[in-house]
Design a binder for this molecule. Sequence first.
Ligand code: SAM
Length: 213
Amino acid sequence: MNIETRQERLIQILKKKGITEEPVLEAFRKVPRHEFVDSDMYVKAYDDTALPIGHGQTISQPYVVALMTQLLELNKRDLKILEIGTGSGFQTAILAQFSLRVYTIERHRELGDKSRVKLREMGYANVTFRVGDGTNGWPQWAPFDRIIVTAGAPVTPNTLAAQLADGGIMVIPTGSRDMQELMVYKKSGDELHSYSAGSVVFVPLIGQHGWDG
Ligand code: SAM
């Protein structure tokens, strides 16, 4: 089976699981997931599973990437997005299809550097990378229209909530180290409304406002 066929098969799986937003599915057609994993995992790249990327970290399951992207309601082109947990850079590349600029932070230098080089090679000019503790957000570029956290936090860091713009949306898994609820926050003035989009399993968010390393 060639890559296009595998990719289309994955997109049909995403549709069946409830990813209905055509721009999200289109972003999955444009970003080749096999480019974000080691070559010995190419054949699994279009399965709907998380895969190892080194340092005990994973490239998230495609359905979860698609769900989080859909929950962010990326319906305007000029959005400023903060992503915590660059990992392989796959989710970053998906977000970059929609936004004016993605600001992404990864705590592992090797992963952060690798994804920066990868996305530059692939021609993404609208992504700003940083290596460090993302639980502090990125005050220099705040407020953000959207914030996405791709690692599980014990609670939602106030630092991130404070950096969300009025009318902004934040998606973050919170809960125990083993299982989390995928929380969606919408900011309206001083108020933050939230709901859970379901249970998920993420690697821990490690940092000052997350878990101990
Ligand atoms: N979205 C990524 C992808 O598609 O490859 C998956 C990221 S992986 C599930 C979570 C990432 O969050 C890991 O690379 C981990 O090192 C990173 N991480 C954990 N705590 C962090 C923190 N405080 N700041 C920045 N990155 C963090």
